[in-house]
Design a protein around this ligand. Structure first.
Ligand code: PML
Length: 238
């Protein structure tokens, strides 16, 4: 199988990125599909790489909770994550960092923070780049996409659910995520016990800041990062 990854930018700012895992005979159609995704760009790259693929049988189960205000939504998220052994004080501090751009230059990190679940210390080797979850897709992307859209979820859920499922499979104990899209305020938390919990609004409308935290046990950091960035997975079903 082959991993096909596209990313595009405009005036140096990230526009869109997407990945598929497909058979050799489907590479041409896949590249075409990915090339037509971003509306406007002055840079685009497509990377094609042969990968050994393992399977994950089932995606994390989905739940959705909606609140009036970001503060209530975050309190709820913090309460759920405390059950996973993460201190509220650690979460509040990290949320504050994310709300003002967690990269050392004050902008968005390109990937996720990786955080020691016990101490709250940030462990990512490069705080600008962060950790990227790549090489994950659905065995039957069209089927799963139709099913999720029919149930009222979004295209973002299709990709985010695959990423969260891989993260937890690789040994991330819990995850928090919201988009950098100023108009998309639904985020999620995920863990083996909690599943994939969509929470709205997890960030303020209009905010350009992304939120991505992967909590790990410190001793497992290197193994987890290798799994997230190097190992390829196809997810079979919901
Ligand atoms: C959802 O609606 O299921 C939450 C999706 C979060 C997407 C995060 C992102 O696009 O980076």
């Amino acid at each position: 199988m082959f991993s096909v990854r596209m990313r595009s930018s405009f005036h140096g700012k990230h526009v869109s990125g997407a990945e598929r895992i497909c058979k050799r005979e489907d590479i041409r159609d896949t590249v075409y599909e990915l090339l037509t995704r971003p509306d406007n760009y002055d840079y685009i790259s497509v990377k094609i790489e042969r990968v050994e693929v393992k399977e994950i049988e089932k995606a994390l189960p989905i739940k959705t909770y909606t609140f009036e205000k970001v503060e209530e939504a975050r309190e709820f998220a913090i309460g759920m994550l405390e059950k996973e052994g993460i201190k509220a004080s650690i979460l509040k501090k990290l949320f504050m960092e994310l709300d003002t751009g967690a990269s050392p230059d004050g902008g968005n990190m390109r990937g996720a923070m990786i955080v020691d679940i016990g101490s709250g210390e940030r462990l990512e080797p490069d705080k600008r780049r962060g950790i990227r979850t790549v090489k994950v897709d659905w065995s039957s992307r069209k089927f799963i996409t139709d099913l999720l859209l029919e149930k009222g979820y979004t295209l973002r859920t299709v990709d985010a659910l695959a990423i969260a499922t891989k993260n937890i499979h690789c040994g991330v104990v819990a995850e928090v995520c919201w988009s950098d899209d100023p108009d998309y305020t639904t985020g999620y938390i995920a863990s083996k016990n909690l599943g994939y919990i969509r929470i709205s609004p997890l960030k303020r409308k209009g905010s350009p800041y992304v939120g991505r935290i992967y909590f790990v046990n410190r001793g497992e950091k290197d193994r987890v990062i290798t799994c997230l960035e190097k190992e390829a997975f196809l997810i079979r079903s919901l």
